[in-house]
Design a binder for this molecule. Structure first.
Ligand code: F6R
Length: 361
C-alpha cells in the first residue's frame, strides 16, 4: 500500500504533482474553468471560510487570493471559535467549509450554524461521501485520493488549488478578471506539477538540514503575505510529527515579541520567494541574524543571490508565479517536518495523541 515508500506521509508528499494535475484537469479545460454551475459569485458580498488545522491554513492563504484577485471581502475562522461566537452573517454571503475528512465535528457544527443564514453553503472536501459534503449546497472534491498519514500533506495543496480556482471564478464573475486573465492564471497553475517535481528533488538536501533541526528545542517559521499562513502550516507540520516546539509568525510581527526568543540555538525558517514583499522580509531576517539566530532561507535563485549571505543554510527553490508560491513552498515545509521526524525516530504516520479525523469537539 505504501508503494515502496517507508511511510504513507512520504508517499502522499510524493503524489502531489500527480493529484494536483488531476484536480486541475477536473476543474478546467482548454484554459477555461469547468466549475459546477452553482459556483457563481454574482451578487455575493463576502466569503466566510471556516475550517480547522491545516485546512484552516489553506483558507488563510486563500483569503489573500479572494481579496487580491477578486476584490471580494473574505473572513477566515477557526470552526471551534466560529460556532460558539455565533457571528452575524450576510444573506448575500457564501460560507465555505474546507475539510479533508468532511467529518470534523466543529466544522460540521459551523456549517449547520451557517445554514439558512447565508446565500450558499459551499464545501471543499476530500471525502465526497462525508457529512460536510452531503450537507452543502455545492461540494467541490479536491481529488487528492485517500490520505492515510495523520499529518495532512497532499490534501493541503489540493485544497489550495481548488480555492485558487474559486478565487479566479470570483474574479471573473465580479468583472475583476477577463477571460484572458483567467486563462493566464490557469496557465500558471498548470506549471505547478512540474515545479513540484523539481521541489521534491530537494529531498536529500532537506534531509541534511533536518538532521540539524532535529537538535533544536524551538523553531520559528516566518512568512509575509500569503506566505504567512504557510509559515503557520510549516510550524504545525513540524510540531505534529517531530514534537519540536515550533511557531509560525508574520515576519512583521517578529519585533512585537517573538524576537525575544532568538539566540544561536533557535533556527528560524524564512519562507520568502523573491516577490514584492521580499525586501521587507529580508530586513526582518537580518534582525534575527543580528541576534545570532540561525536562519534557513527558503527562496528562489534570485532571493538567495541577494540575501543568502550570512544565513545558516539556504534552500533554492525553482521560480514560481508569485501567487502560487504558497502551494509550491508547502513541499519543502512538509519535507522538513518529515525528515526532522525521521532524524528523531518518531512515528511519522501515527503521531502521538492525534487522530486522522476529529469527530469529537
Ligand atoms: C494537520 C492535520 C489537522 C487537520 C484538521 C482538520 O496535519 O491533519 O490539523 O487538518 O484536524 O481536519 P479535516 O481537514 O479533516 O477537517
Amino acid at each position: 500500500e505504501k508503494a515502496g515508500y517507508k511511510h504513507f506521509m512520504a508517499k502522499e508528499i510524493a503524489e502531489q504533482p500527480v493529484v494536483l494535475a488531476d484536480a486541475l484537469k477536473h476543474y478546467s479545460r482548454d484554459g477555461a474553468l469547468t466549475l459546477p454551475e452553482g459556483v457563481d459569485f454574482t451578487g455575493v458580498d463576502r466569503v466566510t471560510m471556516v475550517a480547522c488545522g491545516t485546512a484552516n491554513y489553506a483558507c488563510q492563504v486563500a483569503k489573500y487570493w479572494f481579496e487580491q484577485i477578486a476584490g471580494l471581502p473574505c473572513d477566515v475562522d477557526i470552526a471551534s471559535e466560529f460556532r460558539y461566537r455565533e457571528p452575524p452573517l450576510s444573506d448575500r454571503s457564501w460560507a465555505v467549509f474546507v475539510s479533508q475528512s468532511g467529518e470534523t465535528a466543529d466544522t460540521l457544527a459551523a456549517l449547520r450554524y451557517a445554514r439558512d443564514k447565508v446565500a450558499r453553503i459551499v464545501s471543499v472536501v476530500n471525502v465526497t461521501t462525508s457529512s460536510i459534503a452531503r450537507e452543502s449546497d455545492v461540494s467541490l472534491p479536491i481529488l487528492a485520493g485517500v490520505e492515510v498519514g495523520v499529518a495532512s500533506t497532499k490534501a493541503f495543496t489540493c485544497q489550495l488549488s481548488v480555492l485558487m480556482l474559486l478565487a479566479i471564478k470570483a474574479g471573473l464573475d465580479r468583472g475583476r478578471l477577463t477571460e484572458e486573465d483567467a486563462k493566464a492564471h490557469l496557465a500558471d497553475l498548470a506549471l505547478l506539477p512540474g515545479l513540484m517535481n523539481h521541489a521534491l528533488g530537494l529531498a536529500a538536501e532537506i534531509s541534511g538540514i533536518a538532521e540539524k533541526l532535529a537538535e533544536a528545542q524551538d523553531i520559528l517559521f516566518l512568512g509575509r503575505g500569503a506566505m504567512f499562513p504557510l509559515a503557520l502550516e510549516g510550524a504545525l507540520k513540524l510540531k505534529e510529527i517531530s514534537y519540536i516546539h515550533a511557531e509560525g509568525y508574520a515576519s512583521g510581527e517578529l519585533k512585537h515579541g517573538p524576537i525575544a526568543l532568538i539566540d544561536n540555538r533557535v533556527p528560524v525558517i524564512v519562507l520568502a520567494p523573491h516577490d514584492a514583499l521580499f525586501e521587507k522580509t529580508v530586513s526582518n531576517m537580518q534582525e534575527v541574524m543580528a541576534r545570532n539566530g540561525q536562519v534557513l532561507l527558503i527562496s528562489d535563485g534570485e532571493g538567495i543571490r541577494v540575501a543568502g549571505h550570512g544565513c545558516w543554510k539556504t534552500l533554492a527553490m525553482p521560480d514560481v508565479p508569485d501567487r502560487l508560491a504558497p502551494i509550491l513552498y508547502a513541499i519543502p515545509a512538509q519535507l522538513l517536518a518529515y525528515h526532522t521526524a525521521i532524524a528523531k525516530g518518531t512515528d511519522v504516520d501515527q503521531p502521538r495523541n492525534l487522530a486522522k479525523s476529529v469527530t469529537v469537539e
